[in-house]
Design a protein around this ligand. Structure first.
Ligand SMILES: Cc1ncc(COP(=O)(O)O)c(C=O)c1O
Length: 437
């Protein structure tokens, strides 16, 4: 034990039973993680009794913050009826009806249990539909914990190779070469190189997966030209276009996909659509989603899952989405725009080489003067990582919780008062750290 705090004592127990003392690397922190006691609205209190404004929102999944009265009511009502059945429920039908009405590109939806599972299902559906096996993805883009989806999500200068043909790097030691060989990696926001790479693989590709505000590429919005070029190319070559909207669905009333003149064949979702519970979903056209249909003679993609469309998740998700209607989406995006503006102002006042990117209701701060526009631009040196760490720790010590990557995801529980508080604390952090740059 390193000190006498409750957190140190809890970590001491945790390290004996959990690898590294944690169940997910995203909450890692030294000397030990923060341990939550309770959350309320946009604030979270740890077991030391310290309250912070929550700009992490369980990795961008809690669109309405914590302990939302209407959500709680819906959940409690379902709890009284039961938590899981080997039967369908009206809850899943109602939620599916809602989603199909709301999103232009959805005609059928299948609920699963995480964003990772939604991407897995998207890949398998694409393979089943096209009869081909390879997938294409942007270098650096995170699409969950799955052999194919994670290829080259953390490539480094010493292994990323030429931009004309980025290397396929595994995340997990001893990932089969056969899995790596099924993935085509292209540079983000680079139309010419991306299309060249895709062209070389057009005969083998089942789908092109794109996240248009990729977290691990710095929450840099994809250029409209880039997304539309990928979409047009995929359509021409009869390859499916898959939007990973696990985070970005929050960006507009019709999802981030509504910003582009291309329509995805499939959309993978997760995070906010669970109303605070674990969830994922795959949606798309009748024709493509038909591969999942168990009523046909030969089902190309048989799929099941013990907790898929769990009724507790369905009622919470539906309520969360109903509450996230047009006006709330606009209000949240305006808060985020104000946050980005205030962060930029603080950077100018402090005169430090820092920048901010973002779109919709997410943002990310970079320890570099020029905002990055690609994965390789955005790659952090050890000095940048050190500065980032100091900034996050300063913010946490002064009442603001950020995501460990220096990212921010807003919730509707916030108002401009919290944005102002963030900006004031951020400016003092920059002043404090100025000599470290
Ligand atoms: C864009 C994106 N896709 C997929 C995933 C995987 O989702 P999950 O963590 O629910 O498995 C994430 C998770 O952070 C994500 O950000």
């Amino acid at each position: 034990m390193t000190d006498n705090s409750k957190s140190a004592a809890l970590f001491d127990r945790a390290i004996k039973v959990l690898p590294g003392g944690i169940s997910r690397n995203a909450i890692m922190r030294k000397p030990y993680p923060f341990y939550a006691d309770f959350g309320n609205g946009c604030r979270i209190t740890d077991i030391e009794g310290v309250e912070r404004i929550d700009f992490a929102n369980n990795m961008a999944s809690l669109i309405h913050g914590h302990n939302h009265a209407e959500l709680n009511e819906a959940i409690k009502h379902q709890l009284d009826k039961g938590t899981a059945f080997t039967m369908g429920t009206e809850a899943e039908v109602k939620y599916a009806e809602y989603m199909i009405e709301r999103y232009d590109s959805f005609e059928k939806i299948r609920f699963v249990n995480s964003g990772t599972e939604a991407i897995m299902a998207a890949i398998r559906a694409s393979r089943a539909y096209t009869g081909r096996t390879k997938i294409a993805k942007a270098e650096g883009s995170y699409h969950g914990a799955y052999d194919y989806a994670e290829v080259s999500e953390n490539s480094r200068p010493d292994n990323w190779g030429e931009l004309e043909a980025p290397n396929n790097n595994p995340v997990v030691f001893n990932t089969p070469i056969s899995a790596l060989d099924e993935v085509v990696v292209f540079p983000f926001n680079d139309v010419e190189r991306a299309i060249n790479i895709l062209e070389q693989n057009s005969q083998d590709l089942a789908c092109v997966i794109i996240d248009v505000i990729p977290h691990r590429i710095g929450f840099i919005p994809a250029d409209k030209e880039f997304v539309e070029a990928l979409g047009a190319w995929a359509k021409k070559n009869k390859i499916l276009l898959v939007f990973d909207e696990v985070i970005t669905l929050r960006s507009d009333i019709g999802g981030a996909q509504s910003w582009f003149d291309v329509k995805p064949d499939l959309t993978a979702m997760g995070k906010m659509i669970g109303g605070g519970f674990p969830v994922g979903a795959l949606a798309g056209s009748n024709e493509v989603m038909q591969v999942l249909n168990p009523l046909v003679k030969k089902t190309l993609f048989p799929h099941s899952g013990t907790f898929s469309a769990n009724p507790l998740v369905m009622v919470a998700g539906l309520k969360a989405m109903q509450l996230f209607e047009s006006q709330e989406v606009s209000r949240l995006n305006a808060l985020a725009a104000n946050l980005i503006k205030q962060i930029s102002e603080a950077i100018s006042i402090a005169g430090v080489p820092v920048s901010v990117t973002g779109a919709g209701s997410v943002a990310k701060i970079h320890m570099m003067g020029k905002p990055p526009n690609s994965y390789r631009d955005h790659f952090k040196t050890p000095q940048m990582k050190n500065l980032e760490h100091k900034l996050i720790e300063y913010m946490a010590a002064n009442g603001v919780l950020m995501i460990g990557t220096c990212s921010l995801a807003l919730s509707t529980a916030m108002t401009n008062a919290e944005i102002d508080q963030f900006s004031e604390t951020f400016l003092s952090a920059l002043r404090e750290l100025k000599h470290d740059f």
